[in-house]
Design a protein around this ligand. Structure first.
Ligand SMILES: CC(C)(COP(=O)(O)OP(=O)(O)OC[C@H]1O[C@@H](n2cnc3c(N)ncnc32)[C@H](O)[C@@H]1OP(=O)(O)O)[C@@H](O)C(=O)NCCC(=O)NCCS
Length: 196
């Protein structure tokens, strides 16, 4: 299965993505993704995390849907996920990380976000999506606002982040009835496919 976007496709998060974990998890991307965590990931700890993840999924604990983000010519860039899917409440928390930092600010993350939001509402029948990030994560704030999420909560000075000190935690939400659909958002933002 593949969700086809303008700049990226969302694909199964298979071995090609696992091979990139060591670089990505020890990069700036995971510092931002993991709310300021600078813990070094070894190959062994990554392997253990994969095993634990598989166990949790098998036991249906904290269900999760993770896609790989790849360029149109197939280069793995990162992941886009629905975490903590709560089926009876039909809500889920978004997660995103572009491990290849050279691709930040190029519109790839927004393209991936539009795909997963459509997928969550249209295929999984979710009714609410949300996301938490740290105050200094300007790329995420910009991305959420332009796509149409509402800033719902700001926990002031709730997090300690190396290099930033005490920072706010900011939470965004989007309800299904607020989502006009991917095509409408693409038209509103004037997004177009482009050659690499
Ligand atoms: C978050 C992430 C997935 C976004 O993907 P991306 O491809 O970089 O994002 P986009 O290019 O689609 O959008 C980012 C926006 O932030 C804007 N931006 C970047 N730096 C900015 C700054 N200093 N101030 C204000 N806006 C800024 C960009 O200009 C862009 O807006 P535009 O399209 O209006 O120009 C990606 O940056 C990433 O993986 N970051 C590290 C991990 C992370 O933070 N994950 C999310 C945790 S909640």
């Amino acid at each position: 299965m593949m969700l086809e976007g303008l700049l990226v496709d969302l694909v199964p998060y298979g071995d090609r993505y696992k091979d990139r974990q060591h670089d990505w998890r020890n990069s700036e991307a995971w510092f931002w993704l993991d709310v300021g965590n600078r813990e070094f990931a070894t190959h062994a700890s990554i392997e253990r995390d994969y095993e634990r993840y598989a166990e949790r999924q098998a036991e249906h604990r904290s269900p999760n849907v993770t896609f790989g983000i790849q360029t149109k010519d197939g280069k793995p860039l990162g992941l886009m996920s629905l975490n903590w899917v709560i089926p009876h409440l039909r809500l889920s928390m978004l997660g995103a990380g572009i491990g290849e930092q050279a691709y930040w600010n190029g519109g790839y993350g927004t393209d991936a976000l539009l795909l997963i939001v459509d997928y969550a509402f249209d295929w999984l029948d979710m009714r609410r999506l949300w996301l938490a990030t740290m105050g200094p994560n300007v790329r995420v704030h910009r991305q959420m606002e332009k796509v149409g999420f509402t800033q719902e909560v700001r926990h002031r000075q709730a997090l300690w982040v190396e290099g930033h000190g005490w920072v706010d935690e900011v939470m965004y939400g989007l309800l299904r009835e607020e989502w006009p659909g991917r095509d409408a958002v693409i038209a509103r933002l004037g997004l177009v496919a482009r050659a690499e």
